[in-house]
Design a protein around this ligand. Structure first.
Ligand code: SF4
Length: 407
């Protein structure tokens, strides 16, 4: 059966598991052989884990040729849900046993999610103005790791991007996908990495499970991959983390715990419904902490007067900015407290949202009075009354009672 034949399924017939795997094999046979080096960009989520374990099985059973060189890069944001982090660790143990080359990819210490927020004072991201996180904790570290892995050569990067039946219906089976169609951190490899500095033009990207339906992913993770004949991978736990067999496509998204950009925490809720993970309940307190940190009382604000005097009026001259030291220390205590409670009740090994090195660095940055660029801590807090409102066009609105004039 060829990729072209499968258009016959447009009428609505389902691709069966074996057919999905067959198409995956065809795509790998067509493209992997053209490259000496295979780089698997693995996020630890369901689609990229299915891709990784499937490729290992296909190589081990001779269904696809063994590449001359293969490297697995695991993107560790330090904010993963514990079951996913544990599963990733177990899979890495197995990669090591099989002699497969892998690397854990993390942002530099000062750029990690909680160090950046609590140490440097940058507010948690939001949907509108300040979405700094995806690039900083996922895309850039992965791009750098790929560039290092490549050396002077070229490679085929494998991603877990998946579009299900629409991939076939829309005739995108040639793997020309460029859409960011899944959870944060899943579509980005394909869209952004090829453009990244240092690797532009030197990697090709292939999404070999592009056409898989989500039920095939569950089927593989829960029923096939754990069996010895398919590699004996500890992947059931990943299916659990997404709600398992019952998970709907819309429900099947994960990202950082307490992601400030997500409305709900469906993955965490799914996990908490499983008795052995009930001790993770305090993690529900993270999102309110991130919300609290974005409130005016916890942040500084530009008065705008200096900029007005210098003729530097921009879009938002009285914009809100970084977090006060008091707010950072309060949030640090609260998050460490959540961590302590999870670990006290869990008794399943240490779970560290903030590890000792990160905590020490956060405290050091605070005691060094570190502010983001363009701020020095002399600005008023954002809940302070300002006697004059300055608009983006430079217009001023003075307090009607004239208590104070701008200097
Ligand atoms: S999951 Fe949320 S917090 Fe994490 S990188 Fe994505 S958008 Fe940012």
């Amino acid at each position: 059966m060829t990729a072209r034949d499968l258009h016959l399924f447009e009428a609505g017939a389902r691709l069966q598991m074996n057919e999905s795997i067959e198409l995956t094999i065809q795509s790998l046979q067509a493209y992997a052989g053209q490259h000496e080096h295979l780089v698997i960009a693995w996020s630890g989520g369901k689609d990229s884990t299915a891709t990784l374990t499937l490729i290992c099985w296909l190589i081990e059973t001779g269904r696809i040729a063994r590449p001359k060189r293969m490297t697995v890069l695991y993107a560790d944001t330090r904010q993963e849900l514990p079951p996913l982090a544990i599963a990733a660790q177990e899979i890495m143990d197995q990669l090591a046993e099989r002699g497969i080359d892998f690397r854990v990819v993390r942002a530099a210490l000062d750029k990690r999610f909680l160090v950046y927020i609590l140490g440097r004072g940058v507010p948690p991201p939001n949907n509108n103005t300040l979405r700094w996180c995806t690039r900083q904790i996922k895309v850039d570290p992965m791009a750098e790791a790929i560039a290092e892995t490549l050396g002077d050569g070229t490679a085929l990067t494998i991603t877990g991007v998946r579009q299900g039946e629409s991939a076939i219906r829309d005739r995108r089976i040639e793997m020309s996908c460029g859409k960011d169609g899944a959870e944060c951190g899943q579509g980005w490899y394909q869209q952004i990495l090829p453009e990244s500095k240092g690797i532009r033009g030197r990697i090709a990207t292939l999404a070999p499970i592009l056409h898989w339906r989500v039920c095939h992913v569950w089927e593989w993770l829960r029923h096939w991959a754990p069996q010895d004949e398919f590699g004996g991978w500890p992947t059931e736990i990943i299916a659990d983390a997404y709600g398992g067999d019952e998970a709907e496509e819309i429900n099947a998204r994960t990202g950082c715990i307490g992601c400030p950009l997500a409305q709900e925490e469906k993955a965490l809720d799914s996990i908490l419904a499983i008795p052995k993970w009930a001790h993770l309940a305090p993690l529900h307190e993270l999102k309110p902490i991130y919300r609290w940190l974005r409130e005016p009382a916890q942040r500084l604000r530009k008065s705008g007067i200096e900029r007005l005097k210098n003729g530097e009026i921009g879009k938002n001259p009285q914009r809100m900015g970084p977090l006060t030291f008091k707010a950072r220390l309060t949030a640090l205590d609260q998050i460490l407290n959540i961590q302590r409670r999870v670990n006290a009740e869990g008794n399943r090994g240490m779970f560290e949202l903030i590890d000792a090195e990160e905590e020490a660095r956060i405290r050091q940055l605070i005691s060094n009075e570190t502010w983001p660029d363009g701020w020095d801590g002399t600005e008023p807090t954002a809940d302070t009354w300002l006697p004059v409102t300055i608009y983006g066009n430079g217009a001023e609105q003075h307090d009607l009672f004239g208590l104070e004039e701008p200097a």
